[in-house]
Write a protein of this length. Sequence first.
Length: 410
Amino acid sequence: MRIEPPGRYGRLQSAMSDHARLRNATVLLLGIGALGNEVAKNLVLLGVGRLLIVDFDHVEESNLSRSLLFRLEDAQNRRLKSDVAAERLREMNPDVDIRSLPLDCTWELGDGVMRHADAIVGAVDGWFPRCVLNRAALRVGKPWIVGGISHDHGWVWELDPKEGGCLECFLPKEIKNRFSPGGCTEEIEGIIEQGGVPTTPMTAAIAAAYQVAAVLRHLGCNPSDPTSRGQGINFNLQDRDLGRFELSRRSARCPAHTPYTKIIEAPLSAERTTLQELFAWLRHNLSYDPVVDITIAGFERVVYLHCLSCHYAEKCGKPTFLGLGAPLCPQCKSALHKVKMSKWSDVALHRTELEPLWDMTLTDCGIPRLHILPVSSLYDRDVRIGVELSDDRAHWFGHECPREVYNGSA
């Protein structure tokens, strides 16, 4: 007579020597399309402790042939993918804390969310968002597992900034020049508007299986398993090919490797802290005149819109690569002037046209919750630390964060 292991996770615990590590882990999933659906399903069935799902898109009818979590009524009602996925996944396993983050991961997700996650899985479409996320992972010194699918083939890369190259180190030159951060604004706008590539549920299932297996290795759920960081696989269902390759070589000319020298957890919040309060804290806690980089993927930020005729102003905070068209003043119908900035400093912010910014919260200025602000010295650009808005951690993770300092070189 066969004796079944007790409970939902009985058989998993027999196959996984340290299932508790997964039960106590927070996994950040970036993208909940065809690939993300499969990744989320696997993680929830396995019993991950907390799953944060980031995706700003809506369900469309074309998603239904490749995504098991979506239904026709979701597409008809244009429901958010992250909300629908979270709802269905909770039905699948109520033990898992599942949170929907309907955000654009290229500019609305704070770097601190990546920093505090135990594992990061990239399942987004397109090279531009992948490159943006790659640089965020490098800044905070976090490994991440990125994958992609197209037609009948797929790939998964396990990238660790401390053990080898990054995503951009291995991109072909033609892709890197077109999609990497800091490119032409018009080019990026066109990329963002492009539709998805053809995919099948089979390729999504296989790529997702490799990604989730990599998560388990990364978390140490089977300590005897050899590490696979700095490695990648690609497969082709049509030709029945499976290849494995090393990603350990770092390109000496890769511009993405710019980690912080250290990250300071500041008792500040994007929602509650004004720009004036931010600079008061920086001046009090740093020994130099601070300069805050507010670019997103190398692009300027439109901090607010201003009417030169009637002096109407409204907050904005969006990156220029999104394209804002030619907005008109709601009062006098004149064209609104876009006030663009790449850096904040005491000198720059005391210009007359920027005075409205001082009393705006960081959220009003487009800074996301739990972001890590890159701060340098006005007179020494080699100084580069990260200041985390740590009072926002409870918003995403449900508990207060300890006050501590992270050394990126450790």
